[in-house]
Design a protein around this ligand. Structure first.
Ligand SMILES: Cc1cc2nc3c(=O)[nH]c(=O)nc-3n(C[C@H](O)[C@H](O)[C@H](O)COP(=O)(O)OP(=O)(O)OC[C@H]3O[C@@H](n4cnc5c(N)ncnc54)[C@H](O)[C@@H]3O)c2cc1C
Length: 393
């Protein structure tokens, strides 16, 4: 009998071969060493041409294989089927970053529309994109600051709005939900504004569009409360993807540089409390909200289950989703889906050289979130040992 809901490694790693387990173990072992991550980061960002031949093969068969589904949508099929056999949905995420022109933005839109069209049998209920993958960062920033736009900028901004519209309209038709990722706080006001226009149009029957709330931001519980006050008397269903937030250091550095008060909570405990408070508030108003919980934190996931039970929400209610990134926290994803909860994994894909920034962020994250890496390591070794002992019986 396991004492923790997520301790069952037999369920967590049931789709992993012995080879997969050893690969996962050694990858987490390597990226738990900050010096190794820093050196790799230096070489891969300063000398990207190094990523050819043997180095590419090494990256592709190690860290890329751990955290990505493949280089193309087609490459991901095996992984998607594998996850699906455990009732876990895949959210294909084209994780190429740093796209900065209209050609690239339109490309992201057509790729996203194609992904929406894959949803033939409710097999791909979500798609996701970053606002800066369909529009220029500086424009989001300007609109967020309520600065006036030149005629050209106005035209470009309208193109961005049209891209959001195109994606959400098609998603609405195909019964797919759209997750809008959150990035830096200083571009978020413009995204929040777009989100509200979209939910009025597309979220009356169900939560087609989800905005991301980063609980490490001091003002986000207030934001959720404001949304409730605005829409509680309407037919709008507010989709919220709740995460802690991935840009903490960048946010703090900028606040320090530009001499304003950091918008981020001062400690991990405060962020944890904020996450739980946001979640509690949403569950208390679940008639109005749909929630997509993106977290690798065991306590938060356990608390969500408790709230669901307190509010008598069926485990597979379409208003509540749990999600983790592919290659991380399988013990949470697989044990939740085993209990019947709705679970989806972000499944990044893209050419190896182009997803390097994504991979480096995963490595960085696992380097700085020491506890999480050692948890992954101990889960992998627990399962390796369990299988060794089992084969001895
Ligand atoms: C499915 C999914 C989707 C995601 N989408 C987004 C997204 O759109 N935008 C985005 O920004 N992130 C996103 N993330 C990443 C997320 O924000 C977190 O960085 C990551 O999941 C780690 O948080 P946790 O809840 O899993 O785990 P935990 O390990 O419990 O929390 C780590 C997080 O706590 C916060 N934290 C750590 N130390 C401190 C401190 N000293 N002071 C204040 N806060 C602190 C940071 O946010 C840190 O990332 C996503 C994650 C998942 C799983």
């Amino acid at each position: 009998m396991e004492n923790n809901l997520f301790d069952n490694t037999e369920i967590a790693f049931k789709s992993k071969s012995k080879m997969d387990l050893y690969r996962g173990y050694y990858i987490f072992k390597i990226i738990s060493k900050p010096i190794v991550v820093s050196i790799s980061k230096f070489f891969l960002t300063k000398f990207p041409f190094l990523l050819g031949g043997l180095t590419k093969w090494f990256v592709k068969s190690s860290i890329f294989k751990q955290f990505c589904g493949g280089e193309t949508e087609k490459d991901c099929i095996k992984t998607v089927e594998n996850l699906s056999s455990s009732n876990i949905y895949s959210i294909l995420d084209y994780s190429v970053e740093g796209l900065v022109d209209n050609y690239a933005f339109d490309n992201t839109v057509s790729r996203t529309l194609n992904l929406i069209d894959l949803n033939t049998d409710n097999n791909f209920p979500f798609i996701v994109f970053k606002p800066t993958a369909i529009g220029e960062f500086s424009l989001y920033e300007k609109v967020s600051k309520a600065e006036s736009l030149s005629i050209d900028e106005e035209l470009e901004w309208n193109k961005i709005i049209d891209r959001f519209e195109l994606i959400c309209e098609r998603a609405s038709l195909k019964n797919v939900s759209v997750l809008i990722d959150a990035e830096e706080s200083w571009i978020q006001p413009s995204v929040d504004q777009i989100f509200e226009n979209l939910i009025i149009k597309y979220n009356s029957k169900r939560a087609t569009v989800y905005n991301t709330v980063q609980a490490y931001r001091i003002d986000r519980l207030f934001y959720i409360k404001e949304l409730k006050n605005k829409y509680f008397n309407t037919s709008v269903n507010i989709g919220i993807k709740l995460v802690r937030g991935a840009y903490m250091e960048k946010e703090r550095d900028r606040a320090l540089d530009l001499k304003y008060t950091s918008p981020i909570h001062n400690s991990k405990n405060e962020t944890d409390k904020s996450f739980n408070d946001c979640m509690n508030y949403i569950f208390n108003n679940i008639n109005l909200f749909s929630i997509f919980i993106g977290s690798h934190n065991e306590q938060s996931n356990t608390l969500a289950i408790k709230y669901m039970s307190n509010h008598k929400i069926p485990v597979n209610d379409g208003k509540v989703w749990f999600s983790q990134l592919y290659g991380m926290s399988d013990h949470i994803s697989y044990n939740l889906s085993h209990l019947g909860y709705n679970v989806a994994k972000y499944l990044p894909f893209g050419p190896v050289k182009d997803v390097i920034p994504y991979l480096l962020r995963r490595a960085d994250e696992n380097k700085s979130v020491g506890g999480q890496t050692s948890r992954e390591l101990s889960l992998f070794s627990k399962e390796i040992n369990r299988r060794k002992n089992y084969s001895k019986v």
